[in-house]
Design a protein around this ligand. Sequence first.
Ligand SMILES: NC(=O)c1ccc[n+]([C@@H]2O[C@H](COP(=O)([O-])OP(=O)(O)OC[C@H]3O[C@@H](n4cnc5c(N)ncnc54)[C@H](OP(=O)(O)O)[C@@H]3O)[C@@H](O)[C@H]2O)c1
Length: 283
Amino acid sequence: MLLLIKSNCLINLLYNNCLHFFSKHIFRKKFIMRNNDLKGKVVLIAGGGKNLGALLSRNFAAKGAKLAIHYNSEGSKAESEKTLADVQAMGAEAFLFQGDLTKVANVSKFFDMTISKFGGIDIAINTVGMVLKKPFVDTTEEEYDTMSDVNSKAAYFFLQEAGKKVNKNGKICTILTSLLAAYTGLYSTYAGMKAPVEHFTRAASKEFGERGISVTAVAPGPMDTPFFYGQESDDAVAYHKSASALGGLTDIKDIAPLVEFLVTDGWWITGQTIFANGGYTTR
Ligand SMILES: NC(=O)c1ccc[n+]([C@@H]2O[C@H](COP(=O)([O-])OP(=O)(O)OC[C@H]3O[C@@H](n4cnc5c(N)ncnc54)[C@H](OP(=O)(O)O)[C@@H]3O)[C@@H](O)[C@H]2O)c1
C-alpha cells in the first residue's frame, strides 16, 4: 500500500514537472516563433534618423512596422526629418524624438512617448555611438567621460529601459564595433567603452529571458559612413579597406539585414555579440 502511494506521488511529481517544463519552455517557444512578422510591430530606434539607423528605419517601415525614430544633435535634424518623411511615404506610422541619451531621463521619455503613441514596443534597437581615435597618453578626462557616457552609460540605460518596457517576447539589439576583437591602439576610449556593452548584453539576456525577450549586439567593421571618415587619415582609410578578408569597408547594407534577422527569425540567438565585418577581425 505504502509502495503504491509512493509511486503515485512520484508519478504526480513527474507529471507536474513535465507540465511546468512544457508550459515554460515549449509552449513559450512556439508562441514566440509564430510572432516574428513585422507587420504592425512597434520598432524603436535610437539614432534611427541617419546612416545605419536610417536604413533600419526604412527597411522596417517597408515591412509594415511602426517607427519611433530618435536623433540627437541639431546637425542630424534635417536628415532625420527626411527619414521620417520617407517612412511615412511608405505608409508607416512614425514620429521623431530628439534627445541626448546620456541623460537617463531622456531615454525614459523616448520609451514612454513610444508607448503612449503606439501602445507598446516590440523591438528596441540602439545605434548610438561616438568614436575617438587618439593616443592613450593624450586623452583628457573630459574625453574619457564623454566617451563613457555615450558608448557605455547610454547603452546600459537603454537596455535597462528596454528591459522594463519592451513587450513580452520583444527583441533588443545594440550596435557595437569589430574593434572589440582587434589588437590595436588609438581607440582605447571607443572600443574600451563599447566593450562593457558586450557583457551588459549577456547579463540583460539572462535576466529578460524569463519574459521571452532576446538581447543581442552586432559588431560591424569600419563602415562607410561619415562617422568613420571623421577620425581617419587617407592612409588609415586605405589600411582599413585592405584589412578585411573579403575586401573593402563594411556597408550599412551588410549590417541592416543581420540586425533585422536577430530581432525577428533569429530570436533564438540571445546574449551574443555577432561580428559582421568581411573578415576584418575575428575571435
Ligand atoms: N561607421 C563606422 O565605422 C562604425 C563601425 C563599427 C561600429 N559603428 C557603430 O555603429 C553605430 C552607427 O554608426 P553610423 O556609422 O551609422 O554613424 P552615426 O549615424 O553617426 O551613428 C551614431 C549615432 O549616435 C548618436 N549620438 C551620439 N551622441 C549621442 C548622444 N549623446 N545621445 C544620443 N545619441 C547620440 C549620433 O547622433 P548625432 O550625430 O546627432 O550626435 C548618431 O545618430 C554606432 O554605434 C557606431 O559606434 C560604426
